[in-house]
Design a binder for this molecule. Structure first.
Ligand SMILES: [Mn+2]
Length: 398
């Protein structure tokens, strides 16, 4: 039986433009800390080794001090073998970070760079690694196409690659395409992938229990909108050919959280703030609140209050209120200008009266014909008005 930790995409040294210098430094430090934490996890879970499937550095020119700190982090756990695969961000090109002095001079004894596309027998005798390092940032070639058929002496066969698992038909991107059935066609017991920042597929989902190909995702989230980043995978394989058992373990410290409020009112903003005040360990949360749709001018006061609280008073690691998609509701004067009279104005005024709760304005026969679709005519009228106002704004921009 072999047990190993599968991880990838540390992206050490990545820049985060929306953070100030002080926070950006802490953000980068958290990524290195995650590496130490997952090493400790591998030790406590008695893993045989740690497999890192590429993009361990953001680019080949990262600060050499960071490289040295990374190696010290790995080297300070000397009993845990670690295998590093160059990815598309840190390819094994002539200027590779892995060819730098600091990397060449003192690689810790437990660290192995997977620099060749050739089988590597594990010293434990438990199996063989099939590393597929990237030699350049872009390639249309399948990095696994060199892997030869199984031989009895291989033991458990584990592929390690970095690239785009080609699940979408017709995908022609140049980020090292890996065929959907690579694990099967290369006779691998497990194919450890890097490049996608979220864990995929979900190892606990019934459909993936038979699976042999997984993305671990990045152990520390990199940006807003990542579906399931912040994990590592603990993989156990009994024998050659046996189905791998894969466990997702959350290791991230920082969390990205996004909230979207459509057409905010004083009430929805207050509810949002009340909810955000209950977020656990806010000092580890990067928060983005997005406001969309329309707002009446008289709610700008509460908007400013929320912004002040978020950005200055709350204790989030980082919080920002994004109002770029929020449009002010037109004033009566603006409406008079845009629709001074005629059929359009008459319809608009009628919609506004319905939106305000005036049931006398409902079209005849409404109860019978539309009630199932629109149980709340005032809400329906408000939505119709919002769509109309949005079109007016779009027209003004054009
Ligand atoms: Mn990548």
């Amino acid at each position: 039986m072999i047990r190993f930790l599968h991880t990838a995409d540390f992206q050490l040294g990545m820049r985060t433009e929306y953070l100030d210098r002080n926070k950006a430094t802490r953000f980068r430090a958290a990524r290195l800390q995650a590496v130490g934490n997952l090493m400790d996890l591998a030790i406590s879970r008695e893993a045989d080794l740690v497999l890192c499937a590429g993009d361990l550095f953001e680019h080949n020119g990262v600060d050499r001090k960071l490289v040295s700190d990374f190696l010290s982090t790995l080297g300070s756990r000397p009993g845990m073998p670690v295998y590093l695969l160059p990815g598309n961000h840190d390819p094994l090109s002539a200027d590779s970070v892995y060819r730098s002095d600091v990397f060449q001079k003192q690689p810790p004894s437990n660290v192995t760079l997977l620099s060749r596309r050739e089988p590597l027998k594990l010293e434990s005798g438990k199996g063989t690694l099939y590393p597929c390092p990237c030699f350049q940032a872009d390639s249309y070639d399948d990095p696994t196409d060199w892997i030869e058929a199984r031989e009895d002496s291989d033991g458990i066969r584990i592929g390690v690659a970095h690239g785009n698992w080609s699940l979408v038909i017709g995908d022609t991107r140049s980020d090292h395409p890996i065929p959907t059935a690579a694990a099967t066609s290369r006779q691998l017991d497990y194919l450890a992938l890097g490049h996608w920042h979220s864990t995929f597929p979900d190892p606990s989902a019934p459909a993936s229990r038979e699976g042999r190909t997984f993305y671990s995702g990045t152990p520390e989230p990199t940006r807003f909108g990542e579906r399931d980043s912040g994990n590592v995978l603990l993989v156990e394989i009994e024998d050659p050919g046996a189905r791998p058992s894969v466990e997702t373990i959350r290791v991230a410290r920082l969390r990205h959280q996004e909230e979207t409020i459509e057409s905010p009112s004083q009430q929805t903003l207050q509810e949002l703030q009340a909810r955000l005040q209950k977020v656990e360990s806010p000092e580890d949360v990067l928060l983005r609140v997005r406001l969309t749709g329309l707002t009446a001018l008289d709610s700008l006061g509460p908007l400013k209050d929320l912004q002040l609280w978020l950005e200055d008073e709350s204790s989030f690691f980082h919080a920002v209120l994004d109002r770029t998609k929020l449009l002010p509701k037109p004033s009566d004067e603006e409406l008079d200008q845009l629709a001074p009279g005629g059929f359009l104005r008459a319809t608009l005024d009628r919609l506004r009266r319905i939106a305000a709760g005036d049931t006398a304005e409902l079209p005849p026969g409404w109860t019978e014909s539309w009630r199932d679709q629109e149980p709340d005519p005032a809400a329906a009228a408000r939505r119709a008005l919002e769509r109309f106002y949005l079109r007016l704004h779009a027209g003004k921009e054009g």
